[in-house]
Design a protein around this ligand. Structure first.
Ligand code: 3Y8
Ligand code: NAP
Length: 251
């Protein structure tokens, strides 16, 4: 059967994989949830929006004769990843996850690791500080219990609703980000604490390097648990998996 891939996207690595597949002339589609107004342009045809749960994804796989799925979503997209495991098992379609290893605390880092967003909120229960809250838009409301801080928010799109705390500066920017830019941003805003998801990869790591350079504490949110699945950590290994999964990519 002619290979026909579905890449579950939304990360730097998903974009790099799609570029490699397009250059190899391989048929595939990249999928976005539709979280932001303008998903980055992709070198493969793209679809935007949920599938409608496990059943919806399984039906999509059958209706579009998808032969392989690469789950290259962000490590915090736990629901999508769980659905992909269940739907691929139901539809009998091979699945591999292209995921980044978590960042590891290094000499010079001052991390407080917390298990989830609620843990980060609890860790901010302290006197007023200048907090760089670089966790995006979806979970901002959970930080409402600590209105005493001066927040620096970095969002992909301008906020549509009122922010859940009185003192916030919004930077509208989409990564990947650079260390120099993040250093300048933190210095300009007098950042004292950085709150980050342990996203791994290169697109969001600049704020961790900048915090290290400035000797700032980081509240690091560990990843949610994901179901067992085959995982690779590079585009090259994802292509090798696709090649050995009987697709004869010749790449
Ligand atoms: C819609 C698709 C590419 C992908 C780029 C990566 C890097 C830049 C860094 C900070 C942290 C954050 C956030 C972040 C990064 C990459 C990658 C990554 C973090 C886009 C994209 C979509 C999203 C969704 C968005 C979330 C938000 C999270 C901002 C495209 C740009 C904070 C995660 O407003 C919203 O609703 C935004 C929602 C999910 C987390 C949240 O809870 O708000 N990503 N990000 C995807 C879809 O619709 O399916 O348009 O490019 C992708 C990228 N964001 O191709 O180069 O690979 O991680 N994304 C986090 O890691 O903490 C920013 O500011 O330092
Ligand atoms: P999530 O909570 O795991 O997923 C919630 C629902 O959104 C899924 O059940 C699915 O809806 C839909 N969905 C998620 N990713 C999708 C995709 N790539 N294509 C089609 N539908 C998708 O997901 P999330 O954390 O909101 O992340 C959404 C997107 O943003 C993903 O593409 C992810 O890679 C990207 N992203 C997320 C983060 C983050 O911090 N969470 C960071 C960077 C990028 P149905 O059940 O209807 O199919």
């Amino acid at each position: 059967m002619r290979p026909n891939f579905l890449v579950l996207g939304g990360t730097t690595e998903a974009t790099a994989l799609c570029r490699a597949l397009a250059e190899a002339g391989i048929a595939g589609t990249i999928s976005f949830a539709g979280r932001v107004e303008r998903p980055v342009r992709q070198p493969l045809p793209q679809r935007v929006g949920g599938f409608g749960g496990v059943g919806g994804l399984a039906a999509y796989l059958r209706e579009h004769a998808i032969t392989h799925v690469v789950d290259a979503t962000h490590p915090f997209a736990a629901q999508m990843s769980a659905n992909a495991v269940a739907a691929c098992a139901e539809a009998g379609v091979p699945l591999v996850a292209l995921t980044r290893p978590p960042w590891q605390e290094q000499a010079g880092d001052d991390w407080t690791r917390v298990p989830d967003i609620a843990g980060a909120v609890a860790a901010l229960d302290r006197p007023r500080a200048h907090v760089m809250l670089a966790v995006g838009r979806m979970h901002l409301a959970e930080f409402a219990p600590n209105p005493q801080h001066a927040y620096l928010l970095r969002l992909v799109d301008p906020p549509k609703e009122a922010l859940p705390f009185p003192d916030a500066t919004v930077i509208v920017d989409r990564g990947p980000f650079t260390e120099d830019d993040d250093l300048a941003l933190m210095r300009e805003h007098g950042t004292e604490i950085v709150v980050s998801k342990n996203a791994g990869g290169t697109g969001a790591v600049s704020k961790i390097h900048a915090a290290r350079r400035l000797g700032l504490p980081v509240i690091m949110i560990d990843r949610p648990a994901l179901p067992a699945r085959t995982e690779v950590h590079s585009v090259e290994d994802a292509l090798a998996w696709l090649d050995h999964a009987g697709t004869d990519l010749g790449v």
